[in-house]
Design a protein around this ligand. Structure first.
Ligand code: SAM
Ligand code: SF4
Length: 333
């Protein structure tokens, strides 16, 4: 085993790897992709399952203990159940890898049971609205019923907790904050609200239009009393218990309450680029190294070097901030 670790200059230890399984998606959320999509990654550049499992093993050897599968829409990858099975079989010195997935849930009715059986531990589902017409506007697809069926399927097969993520936008769905909390509480799901970040393929983000965590929490407290629970370890969500219930609500305030100083995340894109931050402008090209015959030690060295170059924070508030050229859907959110 290697003795190197994914530690950066600010002594942050990286244990959480986000793996993007594809940059394609079945929805076109306005905050994520333009209507026509984005230029897709070329299929020859996409990692095979063997390649992505090998890179994950190298990362585990460097201290990664948690892997979250994402995209694009990860359930569009035809062999997603096999990918989960192979990753779930990776043993770490601390036990099995903690394996979770973020999805729009459209394919969960068919895949929830096979994914659970293959070893997936948890799912997060993105749900920004409970209104059909609004879902159509927001995602440019008439698929709310499928997302809701997917959430039911995740509950029915026993994933726990099922977390719901909603991205709140002014004048779009900010009047649904309490409705979304009610929906989650009634079903024993954990509701989390995400601040809009400047990562959309259409470059439409405007700071002044963003709904802040403070505004979101103010809306929730019009109906519920919240008791702060703080952050769960290095997890990005700040959590609150709804007093009188077992339910919790979270806010992921990447912009107004940034948590970069506790970040333990690194990312592998579907085309084999290793990234030390969602907002990074540099990537480490592991695909080329791997296809040129690099051994595990060389791949590990490239990961360690990439983490060593990690900046202290995302710099969204810096006047010189420039959005990364790769959109969220091609990085892996
Ligand atoms: N397709 C899956 C889904 O929607 O859950 C996984 C990929 S998606 C990029 C992962 C998460 O990123 C979703 O919860 C989505 O709401 C969030 N997201 C996308 N664009 C974002 C943005 N510009 N700012 C903040 N979150 C964003
Ligand atoms: Fe697809 Fe997820 Fe992006 Fe929506 S947020 S377009 S579901 S990748």
């Amino acid at each position: 085993m290697s003795h190197a670790r994914l530690v950066d200059r600010y002594r942050r230890v990286h244990r959480d790897l986000r793996v993007s399984l594809t940059d394609r998606c079945s929805l076109r959320c306005t905050y994520c992709m333009p209507a026509d999509g984005v230029p897709w990654l070329k299929s020859a550049t996409l990692l095979s399952t063997d390649e992505l499992v090998r890179l994950t093993r190298v990362a585990v050897d460097l201290g990664v203990r948690e892997v979250r599968l994402t995209g694009g829409e990860p359930l569009l990858r035809p062999d997603v159940v096999d990918v989960v099975g192979e990753l779930a079989a990776i043993e770490t010195p601390d036990g099995p890898l903690d394996l979770s997935l973020t999805t729009n849930a459209l394919r969960l009715p068919a895949l929830a049971a096979p994914l659970r059986d293959a070893g997936l531990n948890r799912v997060n589902v993105s749900l920004d609205t409970l209104q059909r017409a609004r879902f159509m506007e927001l995602t440019r697809r008439d698929r709310l019923a499928d997302t809701l069926a997917g959430i039911e399927a995740a509950r029915a097969v026993g994933f726990s907790p099922v977390k719901l993520n909603a991205l709140i936008m002014r004048g779009v769905n900010d009047d649904e904050i309490v409705d979304l909390v009610d929906f989650a509480v009634e079903r024993g799901l954990q509701m989390r609200f995400i601040e809009h970040m400047p990562l959309d393929g259409g470059h439409t983000w405007r700071r002044e239009e963003m709904v802040t965590a403070e505004e979101i929490l103010a809306a929730v407290t019009e109906r519920y009393t919240l008791e702060p629970l703080g952050h769960d370890g290095t997890a990005p969500a700040e959590r609150f218990r709804i007093v009188g219930t077992e339910a919790t609500v979270g806010v992921i305030a990447s912009v107004t309450r940034k948590f970069c100083d506790r970040c333990d995340r690194v990312r592998l894109t579907a085309d084999g680029q290793f990234r030390n931050c969602l907002f990074a402008h540099e990537e480490s090209d592991l695909r080329t190294l791997l296809r040129e015959g690099a051994d595990d030690a060389r791949l590990a060295e490239a990961m360690v070097a990439c983490v060593a170059r990690k900046l202290p924070g995302h710099g969204i508030d810096d006047p010189s901030f420039v959005q990364p050229s790769r959109p969220m859907s091609a990085i892996g959110g």
